[in-house]
Design a protein around this ligand. Sequence first.
Ligand SMILES: Nc1nc2c(ncn2[C@@H]2O[C@H](COP(=O)(O)OP(=O)(O)OP(=O)(O)O)[C@@H](O)[C@H]2O)c(=O)[nH]1
Ligand SMILES: [Mg+2]
Length: 452
Amino acid sequence: MFLDKAKITIKAGDGGKGAISFIRNKMTATGGPDGGDGGKGGDIVFKATKNLNTLYGFRYKRKTIAENGHDGGKTNCTGKNGKDVIIEVPCGTVIYDATSNKVIADMREDRQLFTALKGGLGGRGNSYFATSTRRAPRFSQTGEICEEKEIILELKTIADVGLVGFPNVGKSTLLSVISAARPKIADYAFTTLTPNLGVVSYFENIFVVADIPGLIEGASEGIGLGHDFLKHIERVRLILHMVDISETDGRNAVEDYKILNKELKNYSQKLAELPQIIALTKCDLLKEQILKQKIENFKIEVTKILNKNREEKLQHTKNVVENEKVETVNENLVEIIPISAVTLYNIDKLKGLIWNKLKDLPQSDDIEVEEFDFDKRDKVSVEISQKTDGSFVLSGGYIDNLIRGVVLSDFVSFAYFQKRLKQDGVIDKLKEKGLKDGDTIHIKDIAFEYME
Ligand SMILES: Nc1nc2c(ncn2[C@@H]2O[C@H](COP(=O)(O)OP(=O)(O)OP(=O)(O)O)[C@@H](O)[C@H]2O)c(=O)[nH]1
Ligand SMILES: [Mg+2]
């Protein structure tokens, strides 16, 4: 099964706790502190791979947690770092922060790596806190705790050419004759439900073609399969617009061409403005004379449409460029090629035409990755609430970070903690909320009395 969007939860490993330990051996009766630091937690790293083409694997694995850092040990032994987790995603996966919807990475190139979350730092062991006046600290630092984060993975396939057209015009059939891809082909609408990619060789050149489900009138309003899957060709450089010239489905080729362009435009102006090659398909179904007439008529009508579009565009910019002459489109400039995927009529010529256009087109832009710190650690927020008995509750990133380094049951450590609360303005904030001498303050599961 194909899956092109997945919401998952990731969490980096927490840092390990610093050890509290004292040298104990025959030589040193009252040994100094020798508690080692905790290890760092594992990172969450994404890796793009061309060996995957769907996000299906995330259907059942919605949460990934990296290993925590190990605690520090005696004799200044640092705890082992937690193992990083590498999450493989198909090339073309865009990673979004689920909360802000901002793009945090565009996993475009094979083997590209992106560290989404860094593991928490390990806490310092008690030996770190030894000073000349505090020779035997009975406390150490806990490791940094990492939050869970929700992200959205979205696969935006990377191809050079996108095949678009009404259902049943022969898109998948063409892909099957120009590449090694074997998409499902059948004589009914909506055979293709998910995109297929094919690699096409043209002499020593290679390009990638994406075959997507058929579009119909109203696709932008959700009719048929809707037009969501157009995201898979958002990054193509060229559109191969396929129109069934045999009109055997009772359709009108010129109308189809117009409607399809309208639907593309409704999805994205950028997509509608991409260069197009028009392939008139199923030519083998028509007698030579009728085919000639139909092609001729199609060319005339399309030239008219393109000229009209050009005039309208110029009309728009007329104020800027006053005397610009309205040039008409030379019909030879519009690449229209009749083909048959059954008899292979003009198939090599079509490949050549595609390559000749592609080679002069710039690579599609990377998706804009927004400048923001997805992995930001909150070390500043302070939240104050009050219980019904009038006591105060302190929480938030600032508090969590501060208490990592203190043991509230240790007198020296506690004094340091209070000093920091005062220095950093937390006591003032509490006073604004009515804190008085003797009031109780709760932090996590401990409570203490405030003294002026
Ligand atoms: N005679 C003839 N039949 C063709 C040609 N190309 C495709 N077909 C037939 O047209 C039908 C539809 O072909 P598909 O390739 O599945 O069409 P599609 O555009 O991918 O259709 P959807 O996936 O439904 O959008 C099949 O029965 C094909 O055998 C062609 O050049 N000549
Ligand atoms: Mg198809």
